[in-house]
Ligand binder design. Structure first.
Ligand code: AHR
Length: 371
């Protein structure tokens, strides 16, 4: 630990001890916080992808909620508006400002070597969060996020068993893949999972197009794909926002959304499961299955920084645990690589409980929820 960090750690310890001795009253706490000097804060520069989805907004909030003055941090938050060039600019400005840590949620995987090398040359540790970078692993301290390919594979196992249990032949499945931002790990993994399953089970992927992880693009792309491919009976949306757009596009085209493929409905499946509206859509059978993508990375990144501050070595790669949601009782779990993943059956009670947990900020022990 360098001198600056030791001083900061000592200050934080002192403030917390004083606060506890004083009975941790709200007033004392507020006084203690206002006594924290800017110079003593750990400065974290965070380059966020943008605000393309509900998931992203929750993720930003998760980061903002832990990197606070009370916790001993100063957060410099930069929204890249889905552009890698903005992220590179932000990282260079973090370097100029001599931040203590750089945290990056990369929009796409490629193109990071130069700027990460610049951070490394200045001795600033970089933590990658959510999506992955395609760069040498010694250019960043560690990464925490989702296994996006596993998410895709879990979804496809669910679809496979849905077909088996409902006597739907593989050759009668016509899938439109509304992809996420092309080149983003979340797109690469989920698309890969689908393509491998289609090959293995004999499904038809009739169209693939970039839905940019947004509701508007999800609508536009689904509308076009449906016009060109009247046989489509499954829309595989690579996030919930795209699914909201896809559902509207299907309905606007005069078609029915639902799981009854044999009865002429078009099935929508998606990823995230963060917005209550999405879970409500599962309950109402507008979305047949959602594979969760967990956005609560703030406490995880903070735990990594704490470890680095203490001179410990954090795990290089940490994958988060993720659930699956469906209203269909017949599939209780799916198996991928011999591991069983339960499917949570969505009921109003489950939705209400999740809303309550989110509202109270109690997401279970999220920081520990990694493997
Ligand atoms: O990288 C995570 C993905 O990015 C989420 O699935 C999506 O909603 C977000 O925009």
């Amino acid at each position: 630990m360098n001198k600056k960090s030791i001083k900061r750690a000592f200050c934080m310890f002192l403030i917390m001890s004083l606060c506890c001795l004083a009975g941790c009253g709200a007033r004392q706490e507020a006084e203690a916080v206002s006594d924290i000097k800017e110079d003593d804060l750990i400065v974290v520069g965070f380059s966020q992808v943008g605000s393309e989805s509900y998931w992203r907004n929750v993720n930003s909030e998760s980061m903002r909620s832990v990197f606070t003055k009370e916790n001993g941090y100063k957060l410099i938050f930069e929204d890249a508006q889905q552009k890698q060039t903005n992220q590179i600019k932000a990282i260079r400005s973090f370097i100029q400002q001599e931040v203590d840590y750089i945290v990056v949620a990369p929009v796409t995987e490629a193109g990071w070597d130069t700027v990460l090398q610049e951070a490394r040359d200045e001795g600033i540790p970089v933590i990658i969060v959510d999506r992955m970078v395609d760069a040498s692993s010694d250019l960043f301290e560690c990464w925490v996020g989702s296994d996006f390919e596993l998410e895709g594979r879990k979804m496809c196992e669910w679809l496979r068993w849905f077909c088996v249990k409902n006597n739907i032949l593989a050759e009668d499945i016509y899938i439109a893949d509304v992809q996420g931002t092309i080149g983003a790990s979340a797109q690469i993994g989920r698309t890969k999972g689908l393509e491998a399953a289609a090959e293995k089970y004999g499904w038809n992927i009739v169209a693939q197009a970039d839905g940019e992880f947004t509701r508007a693009k999800g609508y536009e792309v689904t509308q076009q794909l449906l016009k060109r491919n009247p046989k489509i009976n499954v829309v595989y949306c690579e996030n919930d926002d795209e699914a909201f757009g896809a559902i509207k596009a299907i309905e606007d085209a005069g078609k029915r959304v639902g799981s009854n493929i044999k009865g002429g409905e078009i099935m929508v499946v998606s990823f995230d499961g963060v917005k209550p509206e999405a879970l409500q859509d599962v309950l109402d059978n507008s979305i047949s299955c959602i594979v969760e993508c967990n956005p609560f990375h703030g406490p995880r990144v903070e735990a990594i920084i704490r470890k680095l501050q203490n001179g410990e070595t954090p795990q290089k790669y940490e994958y988060v645990d993720e659930d699956m949601f469906s209203a269909h009782e017949e599939i209780e779990s799916v198996v991928v690589d011999s591991k069983q993943y339960p499917v949570t059956r969505i009921t109003q009670e489950v939705i209400d409980r999740r809303i309550m947990e989110f509202d109270s900020g109690d997401y279970g022990d999220q920081a520990e929820n990694v493997y």
